[in-house]
Design a protein around this ligand. Structure first.
Ligand SMILES: Nc1ncnc2c1ncn2[C@@H]1O[C@H](COP(=O)(O)OP(=O)(O)OP(=O)(O)O)[C@@H](O)[C@H]1O
Length: 637
């Protein structure tokens, strides 16, 4: 959630003239194709292929090793789309994967040569049940590998069987109403729940017994009624239940996990020096942590203004001197909001302990695991010495992550208020086929689609810098953030953008993840991210809190085919126009019935491929095999 930010100002690196400020200048004449030509090109995939119809020979071994690219896919015959092809025959032969070569996966039964071949027999791939069974086995094998339990608890054999107990109860009229009424509320608000004895949904903050000071603070921010994830997530959290919360970007998840932490801390006042925190939120990026911290501070201040003793939140992120928060550390923080690396460093240095911590939330838990923080998180778990309530929130939550996390959860309530992995329906998503060399200039055109603020994402820091520089030259008020900039530069840029002194923010994924900027009208993906979850999180910066937004994404022949298939399925699910260039893609899931084809990949959550074609799983297995080989080599045998 956004909150008042600091008023730090610094001179702009390259200030355009005041007359220019605010809006992009009219673009120069488009150097490439006009819109009609573009549309025609997109409509005719062949045209794109004809432009470069030399298809180099790729040995099968190499095909197996490499992820498929968009260019490869369109160059391959599309049997499933070709009416002249006998589909039954195509089905008997498999679903077209022979061309790309079967990816190898570890044999879930542990037998064979360590690889499952997709082309295993004349009937194997036309049998959906067998396919699903095999997928389940692969998923189970992956989920078994490591779990989210601390080594300490594993060593001691500590297991918890009952959820935490709290004194929170909903009002009598909510407690005593028939279960069908709860079911009706959930159905009306599109809330899906799984779990035992799920606490009832509460449609008002009053029903949740939120203190009046907080209700007044929220009203002052235009928040009068809870969103769907809050309707079910807050009662579950107040009741002490472990939660997996999956909800669209911009749907109010931050409040759903920060408010229970603040109220828990408020209940457990006062702390003696050396005690605390009672609550901990771990976030995958500094910016996300700062936003959650800002909300924790605001909620604490709202309580203090109403006569409650002050709460002490602590922000533990890299790039911020802990000296500033020495007083909070000395007195003992009630709540800590942290990124994994800094948190572990502080715990290792005994700056505080987690002995009193009974509330743990991981924001964007799946992304955190994906970004390689898995080991950090596991180590952090070992600092807990007693049972805690664990909550995992994200807009995307692949089943593999859920399986990994469930070991740390006790009778969790799974709340899903929007299909996992799907993008917000409030965003108009447009896909543009733009060759790399034209992207920069075309960007100026696309900027005109909406009024600012606009957010541009690029995968690489160097692209972020190049786009930033180009926009400044063209007179656009732009700022940029990426991991290579120091903390004060990042904070300055964000502040300029938040206070509308800059119209455009250019960012890499990590820097831009989870940012809650009010009123972003347009997100432009200068490149298609490597993972569909990143696409969901990126475009989710717009269309927030019920507002509508626009997202434009540049794709071209360099894109990975699986990500484009995921994108196609995601667009279909969000009821968006699917451009011809994506329509024409050869889709291995076409052979399954629609319901099965829409099942997300159990490993990564992608919607356009199944686990047997998952590029991430393939890459992971490849890396594992490589490290095993290295291990053999290193041992001297
Ligand atoms: N009940 C509510 N009613 C109206 N606005 C709300 C409500 N709860 C939160 N908001 C506002 O909605 C915006 C988005 O909230 P938030 O950042 O928590 O979303 P999110 O689900 O965490 O998104 P992301 O997945 O992108 O991190 C914030 O500006 C917040 O103030």
């Amino acid at each position: 959630m956004a909150s008042p930010s600091s008023s730090t100002r610094a001179p702009s690196a390259a200030s355009p003239s005041p007359a220019d400020s605010g809006r992009p200048r009219p673009p120069p004449p488009r150097p490439t194709r006009d819109r009609d030509t573009d549309a025609a090109a997109r409509a005719s995939l062949g045209a794109d292929v004809d432009a470069d119809d030399y298809v180099p020979y790729v040995p099968l071994r190499q095909k197996q090793a490499g992820a498929r690219r968009f260019g490869d896919a369109v160059a391959r015959p599309r049997r499933a789309l070709d009416p002249s092809v006998d589909l039954a025959d195509a089905g008997r032969r498999g679903h077209g994967l022979e061309d790309a070569g079967p990816p190898g996966f570890p044999d879930p039964d542990g037998g064979g040569d360590g690889a499952v071949q997709l082309s295993v027999g004349p009937h194997a791939k036309t049998d959906l049940e067998k396919e699903l069974e095999r997928e389940a086995a692969i998923l189970a094998a992956q989920s078994r590998q490591k779990q989210l339990v601390s080594d300490r608890e594993l060593a001691l054999g500590t297991t918890y069987t009952e959820p935490m107990v709290t004194s929170w109860r909903p009002p009598r009229h909510v407690r005593e109403r028939p279960a069908e009424v709860d079911a009706q509320i959930r159905a009306r608000r599109h809330i899906l729940v799984e779990g035992e004895s799920v606490p009832p949904p509460c449609e008002t903050f009053q029903e949740m017994r939120v203190p009046p000071a907080i209700i007044r603070y929220l009203a002052g921010r235009g928040i009068h009624a809870p969103t769907a994830i809050q309707i079910q997530g807050l009662p579950a959290a107040f009741a002490g239940r472990d939660v997996i919360g999956i909800a669209f970007t911009g749907s109010g998840k931050t409040l759903a996990f920060t408010l229970p932490m603040a109220l828990e801390a408020e209940c457990r006042l006062p702390l003696a020096p050396g005690e605390g925190p009672t609550g901990l939120v771990i976030c995958p990026s500094r910016e996300l942590a700062r936003q959650t911290y800002d909300l924790a501070v605001a909620l604490s201040e709202a309580l203090t203004a109403d006569g409650h003793p002050p709460l002490r939140p602590l922000l533990a992120i890299g790039g911020v001197s802990m000296g500033e928060q020495a007083e909070v550390l000395r007195l003992g923080p009630h709540m800590v909001v942290a990124t994994p690396g800094r948190l572990q460093a502080l715990l290792d240095a005994h700056k505080f302990t987690l002995h009193d911590c009974t509330y743990l939330c991981m924001d964007e838990a799946d992304r955190m695991i994906d970004m390689g923080f898995e080991e950090d998180v596991r180590k952090i778990m070992s600092y807990f010495t007693a049972q805690r309530q664990t909550l995992l929130f994200s807009a995307t939550m692949p089943k593999k992550i859920q399986a990994f996390a469930r070991s740390a959860l006790i009778q969790p309530v799974v709340i899903n208020t929007g299909r996992a992995g799907a993008a917000s329906m409030n965003i108009v998503q447009e896909i543009e086929l733009v060759p790399d060399e034209n992207k920069m200039v075309y960007l100026l055109n696309v900027l005109q689609k909406t009024s600012p603020p606009t957010l541009i994402f690029a995968e690489n820091k160097s692209d972020v810098d190049a786009i930033h520089e180009y926009l400044l030259i063209k007179g656009v008020d732009a700022v940029a953030i990426h991991g290579g900039k120091d903390q004060s530069e990042r904070e300055f840029a964000i502040n300029q953008y938040k206070t509308r002194q800059a119209d455009v923010l250019v960012a890499t994924d990590i820097a831009g993840k989870g940012l809650d900027f009010k009123e972003i009208k347009h997100v432009i993906n200068y490149d298609m991210p490597k993972e569909i979850e990143d696409y969901v999180h990126r475009i989710g910066r717009t269309g927030r809190s019920g507002k509508t937004g626009m997202a434009t994404t540049f794709i071209n022949r360099g894109c990975n085919i699986e990500i484009l298939l995921d994108l196609k399925h995601l667009l279909r699910e969000a009821k968006q126009v699917i451009p011809p260039v994506l329509q024409a893609l050869d889709d291995p899931t076409d052979q399954f019935d629609a319901a099965a084809a829409n099942t997300e990949c159990g490993f990564c959550g992608g919607l356009g491929h199944r686990i047997t074609q998952c590029p991430k799983l393939l890459a992971k297995n490849r890396a594992q095999m490589a490290s095993q080989r290295e291990g053999f080599g290193g041992s001297g045998y």
